[in-house]
Design a protein around this ligand. Structure first.
Ligand code: FAE
Length: 529
């Protein structure tokens, strides 16, 4: 471990121990040279590179710092026994599966709404899952860390130099995030991936290819937890409400390094509400809350350089609000356009009784069915666990497909929020591609779809997504490096830049693109190399 990372981890532990909502050095408020909104992938990369270049930087995060244990000795709760820590100000959990065997046993009432770690932003016809807390989506995601197919990446982002991405920025992102791959011998023999091997066998029987997907969950740790030599996390049903062990979330990598530069401060439980011009920089409105949602303080903070990393929905909403309420009236018309789900669709198959998937399942997926090269129905379907502790005879999948449909956001003056316009029919192309793949597998194996998991007996659920992309596209709302058009010193660093599709799980690409953009911006706009 580097000295920088050690210093950053120490700062995080100290802040947790003292219950502070400020991590790192005190800023000379009310002005900071650089301000970064959010602490997800784009934001974390940006803050590290700014801090390492000697630029005093403040990060503003609306969620909590997640490293203080609750009464049960754990920081996060499991999917099997969710409590108030699970969801961001919801009265009930909203897991992607609605029911099991048509029974309402998946979701739980949570009592008084609390600043939990997973949010589901509900729009008509689409629920968008996002992480809330220091580390953003890295706290709740499955850690799958594939690099996109180069030909598809070049199609999606033709203006980005693919050579530089594939030679320099993707390898850098993977190294910084701590991406690793499961040992093939372990994968073949461990009971915790029986579910993955069963689905792989079925896919091969139907003539499809499968591939191993890298991850930021430490597979050596997984082996130790299986042998009961370490506390269980992936084997204890932990994932979408956080992993207590094993996963390299951003607070253990980029954000620790950023804090370790001594130039970065993170303010938690603080939401950026407004952005306005302020001389050559910007003035942001802040609202600090306690963990129960009570507003404790409203303030303003001025900065010279403002980087938006609040995620696809968060960044788009901040910019739309600024344009439509007149605080930044000249923001481009392209803000709010070009949003997509990365073609996400979930489905499950019912296996034969003689084909069990195992009672102890790792929550960390490691195999995918790769039908990406199909000319009409491309799909990359991760083989997901159903870790309920019982034999389910179910094979679950989250497929990524090509869906050319795009949604758009408008600002709602009554609610002061962004409204997503996405019709139910816009999810049909995703369902068609997934159905093409799984119909063939069901036919080859003689199996059917599970209809007990999503309300309305639906075999496919494409009314939620884990991979929101777009809303402020690279090259449209911004120049080719994330500089917002006509707004010097205002930048977008996150998934809002990516035009609705990537073909694989997105965080490695978000990270690599942010590395590329900040390298350029530091050199050109801030004269740092
Ligand atoms: P993101 O990580 O969403 O961070 C944005 C941050 O900004 C959050 O911490 C917000 O709380 C904060 N924020 C928002 N608005 C404000 C505001 N106004 N003021 C202050 N703070 C604000 O942004 N991707 C993969 O590649 N592999 C996976 O296995 C995978 N699994 C997933 C599973 C789940 C359940 C979910 C929800 C997502 C998954 N993803 C996965 C998607 C991935 O986590 C997501 O694409 C990235 O986290 C997006 O990164 P951003 O930097 O755009």
């Amino acid at each position: 471990m580097t000295r920088r990372r050690f210093a950053g981890l120490t700062a995080l532990t100290a802040a947790a121990a003292t219950g502070l909502t400020r991590i790192g050095p005190a800023e000379a408020a009310p002005y900071v040279p650089a301000l970064v909104v959010g602490t997800g992938y784009g934001a974390a990369v940006t803050a590290l590179r700014l801090g390492a270049a000697g630029i005093k930087t403040t990060m503003i995060e609306m969620g909590q710092l997640w490293n203080t244990a609750g009464k049960d000795g754990k920081v996060f709760c499991s999917t099997l026994n969710p409590d108030r820590r699970s969801m961001w100000f919801h009265r009930r959990t909203e897991a992607p599966l609605d029911t099991f065997l048509w029974l309402d046993v998946v979701n739980r009432d949570l009592g008084r709404p609390y600043a939990g770690v997973l949010d589901r932003i509900d729009f008509p016809n689409m629920g968008v899952y996002v992480g809330r807390g220091v580390g953003g989506g890295s706290l709740v995601n499955g850690g799958m860390a594939p690099t996109p197919d180069r030909a598809y990446f070049e199609k999606v982002l033709p203006q980005v130099d693919a050579d530089a991405m594939y030679r320099r920025y993707f390898p850098l992102a993977r190294r910084m995030l701590g991406v690793n791959t499961i040992d093939p011998r372990y994968l073949e023999q461990t009971p915790v991936y029986k579910y993955a091997r069963v689905s792989r066998r079925h896919a091969h029987r139907a003539g499809f290819r499968t591939s191993v997907v890298p991850n930021v969950y430490d597979f050596n740790y997984l082996r130790r937890e299986e042998k009961k030599q370490a506390p269980r996390s992936a084997l204890a049903g932990e994932v979408i409400y956080g992993n207590n062990h094993g996963k390299l979330s951003l607070d253990k990598t980029y954000l620790a390094d950023a804090l370790g530069t001594g130039n970065v401060t993170i303010r938690t439980l603080t939401r950026v509400t407004t952005i306005r011009q302020h001389g050559k920089g910007y003035l942001v409105g802040l609202e600090q809350i306690d963990a129960w949602g009570k507003v404790i303080r409203r303030s303003e903070l001025a900065c010279r350089h403002l980087f938006l990393g609040a995620g696809s929905v968060g960044t788009t909403e901040l910019l739309l609000r600024a344009r439509e309420t007149g605080t930044l009236p000249d923001l481009p018309a392209a803000i709010g356009r070009g949003w997509g789900t990365n073609g996400n669709v979930m489905t499950a198959r019912a296996n034969h009784l003689w084909d069990p998937t195992g009672t102890l399942q790792s929550t960390i997926p490691t195999l995918a069915i790769d039908n990406w090269r199909h000319p009409k129905h491309p799909a990359f379907a991760e083989i997901a666990p159903l870790p309920v502790g019982l034999e389910t005879w179910a094979s679950l999948y989250l497929a990524i497909t090509v869906n050319p449909e795009r949604g758009h956001f408008t600002y709602n003056h009554h609610t002061d929020r962004a409204d997503l316009h996405w019709s139910a029919g816009q999810s049909t192309p995703s369902i068609r591609s997934a159905q093409f793949l799984f119909d063939k597998i069901n036919k080859a194996i003689g199996t059917t779809y599970r209809r007990d998991l999503f309300t309305g007996n639906r075999p496919f659920a494409a009314d939620f997504c884990y991979h929101p992309l777009g809303g402020a596209l690279l090259g449209k709302a911004t120049d080719n490096y994330g500089r917002v058009r006509n707004h010097p010193n205002l930048y977008i660093t996150d998934s809002a830049l990516i035009p609705g599709t990537l073909g694989v799980n997105p965080f490695v690409t978000i990270t690599a693109l942010a590395e590329r953009n900040i390298t350029h911006i530091l050199a050109k706009d801030l004269n740092r190399r």
